[in-house]
Write a protein that binds this ligand. Structure first.
Ligand code: NAD
Length: 380
């Protein structure tokens, strides 16, 4: 089949779903690969780099959508892209079906199959296709790099002829995929790192990365652990204890990176105005939950603000796109693995096996039906 990646239309989006590396792997599955001219440029991949590995470079989005039997993308399709979809075509992309019901219905009406990379079930077998984790990993890393860029001092402590420099103190709130990546990055830069999560089971992971787990002594069994390894809303008593812990930390820490999310809900407000006011001037907060309303009271989505007491609050939501080369390499690999599962004979023939947990879970429209939400996977 012909697998093609168009140029992303979303403003500021620099990632691409096909890299020269993934194209070669896709060709080994018996497929042909296509790219819209210029689609990889912002991620560091020229048209020639694709041509060199046998990718056909086509001019313009219309030609790409016409020629490709399977279209692979990063961002959910824009209205004009849905318009280009045709019966029997497959689209593999981040889609966010719960937030894009109209788009879902339009894709169904077009008779297209849509595979949503954000719906890949989080089971062991599907880790190689887990684009949410690839993206969160990059966001966590880049949040620390951004904090370092905004912070006027070293991360690591130093003893120099000009004086002794203390290490920066970094607090990571939420130790999921992004939080753990942030912990790894901040410790490797030499900072003193502390982390907190409502799921006590992450303590071991935090400590194995050289950070301190901020332990909350709480008798009630109702901490913040939910189902499937995700968090649930905390009880009011737990929340009060958590906020008291953060109030103690606020005057001490130099950098706070917040990543706390609860599936299907707005981000919990955890770093309140009084905590920001208690921080030292020059301190930095990077709020990775900005898109879901922010963990910090003062976060403004997609902006960097400086408070009256000189604290910098960063609410950017495009960290993966700011690392477009790395993000594209990982995402294109996730897509390539999805295509491998969709091409069991390695013969260029896509077999859409709706009995396969991973394919079923990620498929949101197929054969004229909306197939979202999926049933729970049979295997863990
Ligand atoms: P997420 O993005 O939903 O949330 C980020 C973190 O915020 C979580 O660790 C959560 O516990 C934490 N949090 C929520 N409320 C909080 C609060 N009030 N205070 C502090 N922290 C709070 O999570 P994620 O990164 O998607 O990962 C969630 C889980 O999924 C983890 O257990 C992870 O190991 C698991 N996971 C499994 C797979 C797989 O098996 N394929 C892949 C990825 C992640």
């Amino acid at each position: 089949m012909k697998i093609g990646a168009p140029k992303e239309l979303a403003r500021g989006e620099a990632r691409v779903a096909l890299t020269p590396e993934s194209a070669q792997q896709i060709q080994k599955l018996g497929h042909e690969s296509l790219i819209e001219s210029g689609a990889g440029v912002l991620a560091g991949f020229s048209d020639d780099a694709y041509r060199d590995v046998g990718v056909s470079v086509v001019e313009g989005a219309d030609a790409l959508w016409r020629d490709a039997e399977v279209v692979i993308k990063v961002r959910e399709p824009a209205a004009e892209e849905v318009e280009r979809l045709r019966e029997g075509q497959t689209l593999i992309t981040f889609f966010w079906p719960a937030q894009n019901e109209d788009n879902l219905e339009r894709c169904r009406a077009k008779g297209a199959t849509v595979v949503a990379m954000d719906m890949v079930p989080r089971i062991s077998r599907a880790q190689k296709m887990d684009a949410l984790s690839s993206t969160a990993n990059i966001a966590g890393y880049r949040a620390v790099i951004e904090a370092g860029n905004q912070f006027g001092r070293f991360f690591t402590g130093q003893v120099t002829a000009a004086g002794k420099v203390p290490p920066a103190k970094v607090l990571i709130v939420g130790a999921g995929v992004a939080g753990l990546a942030a912990i790894g990055t901040a410790t490797s830069l030499g900072a003193v790192v502390r982390a907190f999560d409502v799921r006590p089971e992450v303590a071991e992971q935090i400590e194995s990365m050289g950070a301190e787990f901020l332990f909350l002594d709480f008798e009630d069994s109702q901490d913040g652990s939910g189902t499937g390894g995700y968090a649930a809303p905390s009880s009011p008593e737990f929340r009060e204890k958590q906020l008291a812990l953060f109030r103690e930390q606020a005057p001490e820490v130099d950098i706070v990176i917040t990543t706390a999310l609860i599936p299907g809900r707005p981000a919990p407000k955890l770093w309140l105005e009084d905590m920001v006011a208690a921080m030292k001037p020059g301190s930095v907060i990077v709020d990775l939950a900005a898109e879901k309303g922010g963990n910090c009271d003062l976060t403004v989505m997609d902006e960097r603000i400086v408070t009256d007491n000189g604290v910098i609050v960063v609410g950017y939501t495009d960290f993966p796109s700011r690392m477009a080369t790395q993000a594209s390499l990982l995402y294109a690999t996730n897509i390539r693995h999805m295509l491998t599962d969709l091409t069991p004979g390695k013969d260029g023939v896509i077999v859409h096996d709706m009995d396969d947990d991973v394919i079923r879970g990620a498929t949101v429209t197929h054969a004229g039906e909306v197939t979202f939400p999926p049933p729970p996977p049979k295997v863990k």
